[in-house]
Design a protein around this ligand. Structure first.
Ligand SMILES: *Cc1c(COP(=O)(O)O)cnc(C)c1O
Length: 405
């Protein structure tokens, strides 16, 4: 018997599902890039992107993935020898720290482990020790996509303010933008990094750096010769000619897709987008909590406040947890994310980690289908799990009680 008919579902934390209307908008002949539709459209896109990030600041767009956006942000802020404080929960903070190091920053990594969010008090304490104000930027990941920890970015800003420290606050919102509440201006974020292939529902290929006037002033203190020509955000944010938006040929088809994706987000309303993610995440956790009663399945993040609404990392232990992902893919056509950065020498069960991506173009039937597929795998592989996980998720969906976000 074959199960291979029907539409496969990649429930991975990026690239996320691309809506058909976005795909259709991209399916067209190459446009005129000298004048006409695309020129006006791109200006509108920058305006609407800023609405999504809740900022009146600037946005620079790049043809790159999230790693490129990391580098784009730092290339505008850092000169060799500058001090940077990276507040880390694992994989993605380590990645951004490495980019800073390669730009010859002096990087200090405050490590908060793989199970809990950054602790603003520790950040405050560290900043208070920096009497000379040497630390130029504090880097924090809003959602760490590997552990599914959500950090309280607003609380990090409050900690910086309590320490009366002048550093910029830069947030990696690649996994969270258009999934989780993010108020760039209200929360005092100076630099916000994002990419196209998660909440924005596009294929990978566009990176975004939002920055406010404080960050622009820091960039302004660096001579142009010390900023890489390609990553320089100045011409991209305030282009005089259309080609300056992208430092060369524009990513034409991504822009057509992005226009439609932004229209979808605005039609739904960003508050509703966040509420939908919240609702679906709660359905997923409800199922996981019941499954956990069997003693084998475990959510990585215990406290609901610290959990991402876009991705959920969990572990299926003995017996057979390591084979769960593969069984689900082969038998239900649902692809789950691999465990990322969880394997340590003292954790032989790390192979049982996997992640559910629930970001972007997702609705209740998609999430329920994923949960049903996971439960089928737990049954088949005889992984001990509490009975009725799927029913618990269904009750959340049926309640339609949207928690405040
Ligand atoms: C996906 C992701 C990245 C990396 O993005 P790429 O497009 O794979 O380079 C960085 N940070 C976070 C939080 C992410 O979720």
């Amino acid at each position: 018997m074959s199960f291979s008919q029907g539409r496969p579902y990649r429930a991975i934390p990026g690239p996320s599902v691309v809506p058909d209307s976005v795909l259709r908008a991209m399916h067209r002949a190459a446009p005129n890039i000298y004048e006409g539709e695309i020129v006006g459209m791109t200006e509108g896109i920058t305006r609407d992107l800023r609405r999504i990030a809740r900022t009146d600041g600037n946005v620079a767009m790049y043809i790159c993935n999230g790693h490129g956006a990391w580098e784009a942000a730092l290339a505008n802020l850092i000169r060799a020898g500058d001090q940077v404080l990276v507040c880390g929960v694992d994989h993605f903070a380590l990645g951004w720290a490495e980019v800073a190091r390669r730009l010859q920053a002096e990087v200090e990594f405050l490590d908060f482990g793989k199970q809990s969010p950054v602790d603003p008090n520790r950040i405050e304490e560290r900043l208070r020790q920096d009497h000379a104000g040497q630390i130029k930027a504090v880097l924090v990941t809003h959602v760490d996509t590997a552990t599914s920890i959500r950090n309280d970015v607003a609380a990090v800003r409050q900690a910086m303010d309590r320490a009366a420290h002048p550093a910029l606050l830069a947030a990696d919102c690649i996994a969270s933008l258009a999934c989780e509440r993010m108020e760039m201006d209200d929360w005092g974020v100076d630099v916000l990094v994002a990419a196209s292939q998660k909440g924005l529902m596009l294929p990978p290929g566009l990176g975004f750096v939002f920055f406010n006037d404080r960050a622009a002033a820091v960039r302004g203190q660096i001579s142009d010769c010390d900023v890489s020509a390609y990553w320089d955000w100045v011409p991209r944010a305030k282009p005089e000619k259309f080609y300056e938006y992208f430092g060369g040929t524009a990513p034409t088809h991504h822009l057509f897709g992005l226009r439609v994706a932004l229209d979808m987000l605005h039609a739904e309303g960003i508050e509703n987008v966040w509420a939908r993610h919240e609702h679906l995440a709660r359905a997923i956790w409800a199922a996981c909590d019941i499954w956990s009663e069997g003693g084998s399945v475990r959510l990585n993040v215990r406290d609901i406040e610290n959990r991402s609404r876009a991705v959920t990392a969990l572990q299926a232990g003995l017996p057979n947890g390591a084979g769960l992902r593969q069984w689900i893919e082969e038998n239900t056509e649902v692809t789950l994310g691999i465990g990322l950065g969880m394997a340590t020498p003292d954790n032989p069960l790390a192979s049982g980690y996997f992640r559910i991506g629930h970001m972007g173009h997702v609705n209740a039937h998609m999430v329920l289908g994923v949960l049903a597929s996971i439960q089928a795998g737990l049954e088949y592989l005889k992984i001990p799990h509490g009975a009725g996980g799927l029913d618990a998720a269904i009750r959340i969906v049926a309640s339609r009680q949207l928690a405040g976000v």
